[in-house]
Design a protein around this ligand. Sequence first.
Ligand code: FE2
Length: 494
Amino acid sequence: MNILGISAGFHDAAATVLDDDGNILFAAHSERYSKQKNDANFCNPLIRELETYNPIGTVAYYERPLVKQARQWYAGQGFEWDKLSVKKLVHNQIGHAKWWDLRHYKNYNHHLSHAAAGFQTSVFDKATVVVVDAIGEFETTTIWAAEYVNGKATYKKLWQQNYPHSIGLFYSGATKLVGLRPLDEEYILMGMAAYGGGYAKDIMKLDLVSNEWEIKFRENLHMGMSTKYLSNFSDMDIAAAAQDLAEDLILNVMLRAKQFKWSDNLVYMGGCALNCAANARIGNYFENIWIMPNPGDAGSSLGAAALAHGGRINWRDAYLGHNIPGPYPVNNVLDELLTRQIVGVASGRAEFGPRALGNRSLLADPRGSEIKEKVNDIKRRQQFRPFAPVILEELADTYFDMPRGFEHSRYMQSVARCRVPELFPAIVHADGTSRVQTVPKDGSGIRELLEKWYLMTDCPMLLNTSLNIRGEPMVNDRTDADRFEKLYGVKVCS
Ligand SMILES: [Fe+2]
């Protein structure tokens, strides 16, 4: 019988279904179905899609309710007696419908679920696992020794730091300080960082960090960051300081993890692993790196299911969500690119994770200075934020200095310095870097599209941004795609 993994009730709810053989049958975020960004709970359209994966015998919850409640009580967030039963929490999400054939209810340590989502989807037999997030149970930073013993994944915790000392809460505190939404818009803070500088970092470090090596802070940053010493700095300077300091702290954790000498393979998970500017620096510490493309709490639906399964999970790619059937519309997309420069794609299975990787993407010709404005007319993003390139993998080195550990950046997890920024201003940030997606010779639709585009134009890359109506999550089904076409007058090919 299949296994259902659940991450829900806090932010960005998600579900994963595995079969007995460790194949991922389905994985998706609730927000794509409810159209509520970062929806914390399951919604009926998602539950209806989950029903097609019956029989499900085991449900695995991504954290331990009693420990979570104890942490919330300790943090002054109250204690909710009705949220102690896993069975009840699960039923609150998926309902009491009789078709559920659930016999086993399991739940796991919050950080262990993160670790398993990474290690068990990796190709490694043995790895050092680092988890850095904001808040969950008590742990905020953990290092694990992971390996398979008789085919079963085993984890031994080597080090931990606990709430309220948290790199993620620190970064979210800075996000809030510049007027952005914490636990949501950290990626915008990361983009702002390229425009700031000065000595705000020194003040931030002196004022907030009590022990850099132990990842200890002077104040509890859960409810925000004190502004008393930073009021003279611009938002951009604060962003740069927070980014720089977060990178120092993350690299300290990596150095500590390396010093355990468990393995040269690194699995890195937790919400902080979404910081692609910091990721570009971790290749100096480990030989091989794997970050499951959905490293935050939503990805822990896969982690919890993987723990219930016990063994290696067969990871193929991140296209695990709702399916829009039919072949990839290569020729239609090319026609639109050549005539109108911009086109949407909604084809195949939706991406699991925050990045559009070609199946729910808005694509554009990346050359020239006008395209950024054109795409921004649709996206209405802050002008300072660049778009990302998707490129034929074998040519990535020609155009970008791919950082160590991310020579193949198939899930847009690292930035790389662009060698020819003057040719592609739309996909290059103020600091000269781009968040690159490389596409290997894997027979995929996006690969065929890039190959044909390259033959026709001599340009091996496209601008790639997520296909979403402003303020909404990514397009999920064809109805969403039709709405997008109607609103913006841009064709969406399926
Ligand atoms: Fe987490």
